[in-house]
Ligand binder design. Structure first.
Ligand code: ADP
Ligand code: MG
Length: 738
């Protein structure tokens, strides 16, 4: 079994930092993969061995020049996010750094100004003032606004992975040395950049403070989600009812949930009846009535009654825990665009250093020694303006905002790559049962053949289906129980996806499934009896015992009321919509016609479905397959994006890139809209981040950009990227179902 470890990483600023931390973690023995997120300042590490202690991971991060703390699970991490402690603490630190930076930089600027006013032209008469400035600058360099950048930058160089700190640190360092040279050796004002060095550090701390603030905003959807995590549960143990922490609830506990309170754990209702508001998980505002036998999800709200649940999953394994984990990991998994940006960022820093050196040399070659000062100034500006910070933030900030917003509506995107893939989809293929239809089939009629009675036929089928989670199986079982039939337990059981089941009951082999499936097992399905079937389109399930047909059962499904408008929404976005089902032709056609789908393929086995998806992809189509998560796993995995309607029980279907909790088909259209908007914003961000560098670096190299302005421009560019991503949030209102 693979194990995951989560760490909180302290001290990262940009894509370069993310890359160094990731590399450091990956190099630890026993680590299979590591993904680091800048926005949540966290890392998740997949281990290939079981005995890798967190301390070894932390040591590796420290050796790379950052700090780390262990946090056990993604759920725990989000719980802390809910309390805002980490983010607020980090913001507080940024604020303090900012105050110190301004406290030292502003006096430097003031002294600098007055020295020019009081003693113009003569550097000699300014010596006292200059020395005062220099002393203040040294204090600034040693403060939290300076030292970490210089030290971090140097360490990065020594590790041969220069980063943003390297560029700023070099800029500040060259400015300081140049100033000292100007004051004491050349005795030339043109070399003195003390105020610029101070400005750079001040602007960087302002920028980092604002960025930390924006980051807090970007993850607010995730926090809202985490805040819903229930904290205590009322548990009946023996006669007593105790109120205990949610983490202490164990599977099997009887949990009492009074009206207007949040369900603390996943469970099955064993007593009582109440409306349950699941909107917080599914976005669907209509309360669902739950009574004995129904399952309920943690995090949803009991409205009018009191129910008692038997806890089925708790803690990190619960629906809620897994959702939180999914969302927490949603920023991992790089998009194609991000991979490109990172590759560029990795070679970017050395290139910038080369450009800075080249700038200096060019100025010297063209202008000779007289241009020494200007050459230095331009080189400093190049170093400072070119930080690849915006490039690194461009994608993750969007992924975080978008996946958080999506999760609030019950759309769980596995990672950034899946979000991107969904944004590019041009073909949506629907499975029928449980997606366009409710998947809650009802038994409409039974036609026994031979001596068996109707009730016996249904009980036989239900007994054979006991271990299957297929909608047909569930409805057969419900029907049998409604009539109070006692079900036999199969001694052997085999499930044939897209066909049916084969079970051994009382020593006899019982087959339940489609007519085609029974025929394939050598059963003579007497088609002549079909004339006796009631008129209408039914999903027909055939039952055979010991190779002899026992009868047929007709089931009907209900088309989801919003299916038609959801399909319309997709079509209006230029998306081709198709239906791919294992059910029979007439049933498929009826559903397709009533929801407005033109292309229909019926009687598709799971492997047929996979081939159809593959064929579409080979034609160059970008396909989203919408399934109900239980079967159809192969087709879900084959598509560019698999989208699973997951029920509470099987949320986080492994083969799907997107899980939907909730039942309205509109979620698919919502996901497409949100993903398209995200891809658009990511493109804009990357575009602006590139354009910024393309314009600014030449301007700096030509001496048109003073170093202090270069620092301001650099910070502005990364802020733009963050703010642009936050715009998505305002669009959030547009994702309400119509
Ligand atoms: P869909 O494409 O509608 O989701 P499936 O691929 O799950 O349908 O199954 C295709 C057909 O196979 C069903 O319409 C049904 O006739 C039969 N079938 C599959 N699984 C079962 C089962 N567990 N019990 C009875 N019939 C089944
Ligand atoms: Mg299905």
């Amino acid at each position: 079994m693979t194990e995951n470890r989560h760490l909180r990483i302290i001290g990262m600023h940009c894509a370069g930092c993310v890359a160094s931390v990731e590399r450091a973690l990956r190099e630890v023995d026993g680590v299979a993969s590591a993904s680091v997120q800048l926005l949540t300042e966290s890392a998740s590490v997949t281990l290939s061995k079981e005995d890798v202690p967190a301390s070894r991971l932390i040591a590796a991060v420290r050796a790379a020049g950052y700090d780390a703390e262990a946090s056990a699970t993604g759920a725990e991490m989000l719980k802390r996010l809910a309390g805002d402690r980490d983010a607020k603490e980090s913001l507080r630190q940024h604020r303090q750094t900012l105050i110190q930076a301004l406290g030292l930089a502003l006096p430097i600027l003031a002294v600098d100004h007055f020295r020019h006013v009081l003693w113009p032209h003569t550097l000699a008469s300014q010596t006292t003032a200059l020395i005062l400035e220099l002393v203040l600058l040294v204090m600034l360099l040693r403060s939290p606004a300076g030292a970490p950048i210089l030290v971090g930058g140097l360490r990065a160089v020594l590790r041969r992975s220069p980063n943003m700190d390297t560029l700023i640190g070099m800029g500040v360092f060259v400015a300081t040395i140049s100033s000292i040279f100007g004051m004491f050796v050349a005795r030339d004002e043109a070399f003195v950049h003390i105020h610029a060095a101070a400005m750079i550090l001040a602007v960087v701390s302002v920028g980092r403070y604002l960025e930390a603030k924006a980051r807090l905003g970007a993850s607010s959807a995730m926090k809202a989600l985490a805040r819903r995590a229930p904290k205590t549960a009322r548990v009946r143990r023996g006669q007593a009812i105790e109120s205990i922490a949610v983490d202490d609830v164990v599977v099997g506990d009887l949990v009492i949930v009074p009206p207007q309170s949040t369900i603390p754990v996943d469970g099955v209702v064993v007593e009582g009846r109440s409306g349950v508001d699941e909107s917080m998980m599914t976005g669907e505002s209509m309360p669902v009535v739950k009574s004995v036998g129904d399952s309920a999800m943690a995090g949803t709200l009991v409205t009018d009654g009191t129910i008692t649940l038997r806890a089925t999953t708790v803690g990190a394994q619960s629906t809620f825990g897994r959702i939180v984990e999914l969302v927490a990991n949603a920023q991992s998994g790089q998009t194609r665009m991000q991979r490109l940006a990172d590759q560029i960022a990795a070679v970017f820093t050395p290139i910038v250093i080369a450009i800075a050196v080249g700038t200096f040399v060019t100025w010297m070659v063209i202008g000779g020694r007289t241009e020494l000062a200007n050459g230095l100034r331009a080189a400093i500006a190049v170093l400072v303006v070119a930080c690849p910070c915006a490039l690194g933030l461009a994608t993750p900030v969007v992924t975080v905002v978008a996946s958080g917003m999506a999760a609030m509506r019950g759309i769980l995107v596995r990672d950034g790559a899946m979000l991107e893939a969904m944004g590019r989809v041009d073909t949506v293929v629907w499975d029928k049962t449980g997606t366009l239809t409710t998947g809650q089939l009802s038994v409409r009629w039974a036609r026994p053949i031979g001596s068996i009675s109707e009730a016996e036929l249904i009980a036989l089928a239900a007994s054979a289906e006991q271990f299957s989670s297929h909608p047909i199986a569930r409805s057969l079982e419900a029907q049998a129980r409604r009539h109070g039939a006692a079900l036999d337990v199969p001694t052997a059981f085999e499930l044939i996806p897209g066909g049916g089941v084969c079970a051994t009951l009382g020593g006899n082999e019982v087959l339940v499934g489609s007519e085609a499936f029974l025929e394939s097992r050598g059963v003579e399905v007497d088609r002549a009896r079909r004339v006796e079937f009631p008129a209408g389109n039914y999903t027909i399930t055939a039952v055979a015992r010991s190779g002899v047909i026992q009868g047929f059962i007709g089931l009907a499904d209900t088309i989801r009321p919003s299916a038609q408008s959801a399909v319309e929404r997709l079509t209006s976005r230029g998306i081709q919509v198709a239906l791919l089902t294992g059910d029979s032709e007439p049933v498929a056609r009826e559903v397709a016609e009533s929801v407005g789908i033109g292309t229909t393929l019926a009687r598709q086995s799971p492997s047929d479905k996979l081939l159809q998806i593959r064929r579409l992809r080979e034609k160059g189509r970008r396909v989203a397959m919408i399934g109900d998560g239980v079967n159809d796993a192969a087709a879900l995995a084959e598509a560019d994006v698999g989208v699973a309607f997951a029920t509470g029980a099987d949320v986080a279907c492994e083969s799907a890139g997107i899980n939907l909790i909730g039942s309205t088909p509109h979620l698919v259209a919502d996901a497409v809209d949100l993903a398209r908007a995200s891809v658009r914003v990511i493109r804009q961000n990357l575009f602006w981040a590139f354009v910024y560098n393309v314009i600014m670096i030449p301007a700096a190299a030509m001496g048109r950009l003073p170093p202090a302005w270069a620092a301001a421009a650099m910070m502005l560019s990364s802020l733009t990227v963050v703010l642009n991503a936050l715009r998505l949030k305002r669009r959030g209102a547009a994702f309400q179902p119509e």
